[in-house]
Design a protein around this ligand. Structure first.
Ligand code: G4P
Length: 555
């Protein structure tokens, strides 16, 4: 045996140990989350304040300012500028208190919630943000349902306590009764609006006094023990007594802050605060880090894959084309699920079996990019996508892994997409296929083969406008939309066979999705419920399971 060969196993073993301990440390220190909320609840404001604590931005306001001043990086982002809305979603990574936090940002506009649904598939935790005056709102309920499907831990932040709001007990009751989610307030408000004096930290039995942080500054909250004599000078007696009485009621109700229940998505820790005045954000972040789920094991064809599996694996949850029109680039957003990702590494593509070298992986921060050298479970990287990645694709090193993929969510508006110019058909077809693959819109087809125009199926009108805008600007085809007047779509469990079994169906239109599955379109919920009443054996779903191993129908 030569000297070098007798040394190499030891060297390899110690470098493997090193890599494994780096991986363990990275996984232990990583947390990621997405914020679910209704527009105007304060998502942008809370995001800014969180980034301020991470030192990721120097001044609160920078998230918006950057959005407004940003040089246009693509044609269709022009639409974002014109409308003053945020369509894209990216990732914001920051370090805080020895942890690396990934905030998976989601589009601000509800018409793009399909993108949000997919981003939630990559999140390990969700922060449910509510406006104290409004309580649960429609968009939050919808996004909550998506979290529930995956049992993601939910952390609730009740915002705008500096303004008059609903009774806190009522807000909790609404979450418990309507979302069937148990609550455990980590802090409890003393007064609200003009009379908001702060919160009682339930675990430490301390009062945190309300103060408005100076714009762009981290807040210096003052903590007082409940028996501190100064409290009587700083907080009106009746307000404190009311808060303490309510806390007593909660204690009597007997629920516990059970970490397992948080992690299974059955109990939400609740925090009261005011993002705008930067009150309660730091305590929220500290508690979140203690209680949040780390990078979780993910379901695959091979069972659950642990993030500590030494070999890299991850899945694509979002594609975005033409972020930079000068390069006509396409970026695939990949969530790292196991092992260490390294720049220039060669990986396998589960769907096609191809081997790929990932040479210019990017870290995304809002609209900014930087090349990344490595990434760990819970992180998101942007990969250059020359058309080979589709949503749900798995990349892996070592033994084959294929993650479960991302389901299709029920669209709510439907429109024929007409191409009035037959000579542009080639580009029309290319654009429609690419935009479907990217997930910009769902494509349905009439069951009558002679009506081959695609049906665009979207969650909001703006999503359709973006598709039209992009077809014109990126593929050079002018198109016409013809609304169909349906509002509800359901997939048929059991496929075409189940549909045949019930015979003719009324007051709905049968179409097929890109995987040839039957989809029923209804004008309203009433028609849907009517059909279900008439056929009790018919099972319909608002979410379509992932299809693997089958190529979708292209136009
Ligand atoms: P979004 O991203 O969820 O849509 O909400 P965003 O943060 O943009 O906040 C919506 C509005 O609510 C903003 O007011 C924001 O200042 C305000 N807001 C957010 N958090 C709080 C809070 O804790 N207390 C109070 N009182 N207001 C809050 P705006 O007038 O629409 O915009 P701006 O001029 O203040 O930026």
């Amino acid at each position: 045996m030569t000297a070098s060969s007798s040394q190499s196993p030891n060297t390899d073993a110690s470098s493997d140990d090193n890599l494994q301990s780096r991986l363990i440390k990275a996984v232990n220190n990583r947390r990621n989350f997405a914020i679910i909320s209704h527009p105007d609840a304060g998502k942008t404001t809370l995001t800014e304040k969180l980034l301020l604590y991470g030192g990721a931005i120097q001044q609160a306001g920078a998230v918006k300012a950057r959005g407004q001043q940003r040089k246009v990086t693509s044609d269709w982002m022009e639409l974002e500028k014109q409308r003053g809305i945020s369509i894209t979603s990216t990732v914001l990574q920051f370090d805080y208190s020895d942890n690396t936090i990934n905030l998976l940002d989601t589009p601000g506009h509800q018409d793009f919630s399909e993108d949000t649904y997919r981003t939630l598939a990559a999140a390990d935790n969700a922060v449910m943000l509510e406006d104290a005056a409004k309580g649960l709102e429609p968009q939050t309920r919808k996004l909550f349902e998506v979290c529930r499907m995956r049992s993601i831990p939910i952390f609730t932040f009740i915002n705008k306590m500096d303004r008059p709001g609903q009774e806190p007990l009522r807000l909790l009751d609404e979450i418990e009764s309507e979302l069937k989610l148990s609550t455990w307030p980590v802090n409890w408000p003393i007064g609200s609006g003009e009379l908001f004096r702060g919160v009682i930290d339930r675990r430490k039995k301390q009062v945190i006094l309300f103060s408005r942080a100076e714009r762009g500054k981290q807040s210096e909250e003052r903590h007082l023990s409940l028996d501190d004599p100064d409290i009587n000078k700083l907080v009106e007696r009746e307000l404190l007594e009311k808060a303490l009485e309510e806390l007593e009621l909660l204690d009597m109700a007997g629920s516990q802050l059970d970490q397992d229940l948080i992690h299974s998505g059955d109990l939400t820790p609740v925090f009261f605060g005011s993002a705008m005045t930067n009150f309660g954000v730091r305590p929220f972040l500290d508690a979140f880090l203690q209680m949040a789920h780390g990078p979780s094991a993910r379901s695959s064809s091979d069972g659950l894959i642990d993030p500590l599996r030494p070999e890299f694996s991850g899945f694509v949850f979002k594609l975005q084309a033409n972020m930079d029109p000068r390069h006509r680039d396409r970026v695939a957003f990949l969530r790292v699920c196991s092992g260490r990702f390294e720049k220039d590494m060669t990986v396998s593509h589960a769907r096609t079996g191809k081997t790929i070298k990932l040479s210019r992986p990017q870290k995304l921060f809002g609209q900014e990019r930087a090349v990344v050298d490595d990434a760990y479970p819970g992180d998101v990287i942007g990969l250059n996508n020359p058309g080979m990645f589709a949503i749900g694709d798995t990349l892996y090193a070592g033994n084959k892994v294929e993650y479960e993929g991302i389901p299709c969510f029920s669209p709510e508006i439907f429109s024929w997409l007409r191409n009035p110019n037959p000579s542009a058909f080639k580009n029309f077809r290319k654009g429609v296929n690419q935009l479907r693959e990217e997930g910009a819109v769902q494509i349905l087809y009439d069951t009558d083969e002679s009506k081959r125009d695609p049906i665009l199926a979207a969650v909001g009108q703006l999503q359709l406008e973006v598709v039209q805008h992009r077809l014109e600007n990126e593929y050079g085809v002018e198109t016409r939309l013809e609304p169909m007047g349906y509002q509800v779509a359901r997939w048929v469990d059991g496929g075409w066979k189940s549909l045949e079994n019930i015979g003719r169906v009324f007051n709905c239109k049968t179409v097929q999705d890109a995987w040839s599955r039957p989809v029923l379109l209804f004008k309203n919920d009433w028609n849907l419920n009517q059909l279900l009443e008439d056929h009790s054996d018919l099972k319909l779903s608002s979410v379509a399971p992932v299809v693997s191993g089958v190529e979708p129908i292209n136009l």
